[in-house]
Design a protein around this ligand. Sequence first.
Ligand SMILES: Cc1cc2nc3c(=O)[nH]c(=O)nc-3n(C[C@H](O)[C@H](O)[C@H](O)COP(=O)(O)O)c2cc1C
Length: 347
Amino acid sequence: MPFDFAQLFASRPVILAPMELVTDAAFRGVCRARGANLCVTEFVRAENLVNECKREVTKITLPAGDSPTAIQIYGSDPQRLAEAAEIAERAQPAYLDINCGCWVPKIARGGAGAGWLRSPDAMVEMAKLIVSRVALPVTVKTRVGWGTEEQMPIVDLARRLEDAGVRALTIHCRTAKMGYSGEADWSWARKAREVVSIPVIVNGDIRTANDCKRALELTGCAGVMIGRRAIEHPWIFREARSRLDKQGQLSPPTAVERVELCIEQLCAMAEDRGPGRAIRAMRQHYPGYLRPLPFAADLVRELNSLSTLVLEDTLAVLRRERQEQAQVAPRHAHVAPEAGATLGDSL
Ligand SMILES: Cc1cc2nc3c(=O)[nH]c(=O)nc-3n(C[C@H](O)[C@H](O)[C@H](O)COP(=O)(O)O)c2cc1C
């Protein structure tokens, strides 16, 4: 069944943000199973894809069931980007997204990512070229501006990108110069949304189900995109979905559920990427996944100290923890909500 772009964006999707070294197939599976309506791959460097680099080819390989997933590409050369878009299209993603928002100096300074915000005219021409080269919908993810302009270009850009044939726009509501400092100002997503008829997705600092609801109410956007909060709490998607669909109160994940997620994701990653990379990649998730457990800090320290060569050692610790937590249930079945998010907040 071909992916129905319009239908998805009519349903106020809660979307997993593209995140380098995070949103691989295993993590997309984790988030989708917990309510993410749409996922985006890590960004894929256009030049490397065109040159058939193994790493980039792996990134665009979508396993069965990994749908809907969009592939995101980045680069500074419009021709290479267009060629990469043609290659990515053959992987049959839901759509193709162009990264015009990465602020990291080594990328933006060379003109890729948020570097495009320094020349909006060139960005629009590049988008037009890519749209002309592929049949799939093309979308753009960007920020509100570079950060030195008197007026943020995002509103005018939104209009011009729509005219160029771009089918949706995701706005991380910070400037490139802000990096991750300060707060995301969602009002820019509203201003951009007001001048276009394509879906606009609001992104930046959405950490709870209440944030999702507030962001959609304040902006009138078609969907929300969640990045960093998903790394520590992928249950955010089902919590947000339940809140948006008025389905009532969800229990927070149990201690056993939290440990089981570690096992599930570790095994899935090990199968895809080998044990070493999986063990290392899981380290970014343990503090968030396990935080509410008694003695979580000790457990995370223990997991982080284990060899990256032997998957069984890590699995043995996690299985021991699962057994211990299962024994204290049901008294501790539902662990307390995490600091910074009250129960009401996470619903
Ligand atoms: C580890 C990490 C990697 C990221 N990689 C990408 C990427 O590959 N492409 C992209 O468009 N944005 C990337 N981002 C930015 C996120 O997609 C998102 O726009 C940003 O984190 C703001 O959303 P949040 O406040 O929900 O985290 C990355 C962010 C993080 C934390």
